[in-house]
Design a binder for this molecule. Structure first.
Ligand SMILES: Cc1ncc(C[n+]2csc(CCOP(=O)(O)OP(=O)(O)O)c2C)c(N)n1
Ligand SMILES: [Mg+2]
Length: 345
């Protein structure tokens, strides 16, 4: 877990440096080697590591727009993921998804920029596992800002009524962009929402990575043993702005400094020392993680960019009849043609 957490923190520090290249002096979001938005998860690491350490490749994870720490902990290929973030052809989705849309079928990982979007597909994966009589489980991560979305409640309900092997993990960092949680959600402990369904709810502090590990272990074992879903909430800390370039003018200085003082990585290192792990070994883990990250970033930067002519390939799984091969859209196609072709997009 320590290695995953250190990898995630250093990975994002390096992405941060790369992201700023070419975007100054005026902040141009489309410029530089990493175009588009970038949401970093410093302060969330123990949530991804403490949950995913219990998972196998055949278990499914869906993550939100702040996905790197979870993807790393789930075992997503770091090189292909980095190439995707840099918009390169050899990226997980040929460079078309970017950092919020990472998909790795080898380890059943997906994420989305649409908040709470991962809940229904995780329930679907859990339903598939149950119907196939496997003991695979699914985990949906979402933020505190996503727990008032309809899809979240609908997912809890279906998971509950069908007793599905799924765990919902709320990463509560107290903010949804510039909106403090207390202005939009009455209940401070989000795991209490489990009370409206037949599932247990548990809230745990991310500062204590071992506590996250234990709570997640109980939830995942329960799902794997056929005893149904669990709702977990992990209190995490947003050490940075919502996205890169966010000046956080809305956020009290005391809240920022509070978040920066709470570091699950340092605390886990202390726990390891208390259990007799030598400093040398901790340094070695950190160095190994840094090397792996530096190698992935160097590799990604050498990768080719996709050819613009490929922009419309792989966009639809079943293109509508009116879509032309050059990526355009023909008015001459009729709805009935589309229906005759299956009509689904
Ligand atoms: C359905 C939907 N509505 C609005 C947005 C815009 N949006 C992007 S991130 C975000 C806040 C998310 O907050 P939270 O779920 O707490 O995650 P955090 O960013 O704090 O990790 C919003 C509203 C979106 N992406 N999807
Ligand atoms: Mg939040």
């Amino acid at each position: 877990m320590y290695e995953q957490m250190v990898t995630a923190r250093y990975y994002e520090e390096r992405l941060q440096e790369e992201y700023l290249v070419g975007k100054q002096p005026a902040f141009d979001i489309s410029a530089g080697p990493i175009p588009g938005e970038l949401h970093l998860a410093a302060g969330h690491e123990s949530s991804g590591a403490g949950v995913c350490i219990h998972l196998r490749d055949d278990d499914t994870v869906t993550a939100p727009h702040r996905p790197h720490h979870i993807a790393i902990a789930k075992g997503v290929d770091l090189k292909k993921m980095t190439a995707e973030i840099f918009g390169r052809k050899t990226g997980l989705s040929k460079g078309k998804g970017g950092h919020m849309h990472l998909f790795d079928p080898d380890v059943n990982f997906a994420c989305s920029g649409i908040i709470a979007q991962g809940c229904p597909p995780a329930v679907g994966a859990a339903m598939a596992a149950k119907k196939r009589h496997t003991d695979s489980v699914a985990v949906a991560f979402l933020g505190d800002g996503a727990i008032n979305q309809g899809g979240f409640f609908e997912s809890l309900n279906l998971a509950s009524v069908q007793n599905l092997p799924v765990v919902f993990v709320i990463e509560d960092n107290d903010w949804a962009i510039s909106m403090p949680k207390h202005r939009v959600t009455d209940v401070t402990d989000g795991s209490q929402r489990a009370d409206g369904f037949t599932m247990p709810g548990e809230r745990v502090d991310s500062d204590d990575a071992v506590a996250v590990y234990e709570a997640a272990g109980r939830a995942i074992a329960r799902a794997r043993d056929g005893n149904g879903p669990t709702l977990l909430e992990v209190q995490v800390h947003r050490r940075m702005g919502h996205f890169m370039g966010d000046a956080e003018a809305y956020r009290p200085e005391s809240d920022i400094s509070h978040s920066k003082r709470r570091d699950s990585i340092e605390r886990l290192a202390e726990d390891l020392r208390a259990h007799g792990v030598e400093d040398d070994e901790i340094d070695e883990i950190r160095e190994r993680a840094h090397e792996r990250v530096d190698e992935a970033i160097a590799w990604a930067k050498e990768q080719p960019e996709p050819d613009p002519s490929e922009a419309y390939e792989d966009v639809f799984t079943n293109p509508p009849a009116q879509a032309t091969t050059d990526g355009g859209y023909s008015d001459s196609g009729s709805t009935s043609d589309a229906a005759a072709d299956g009509g689904e997009q």
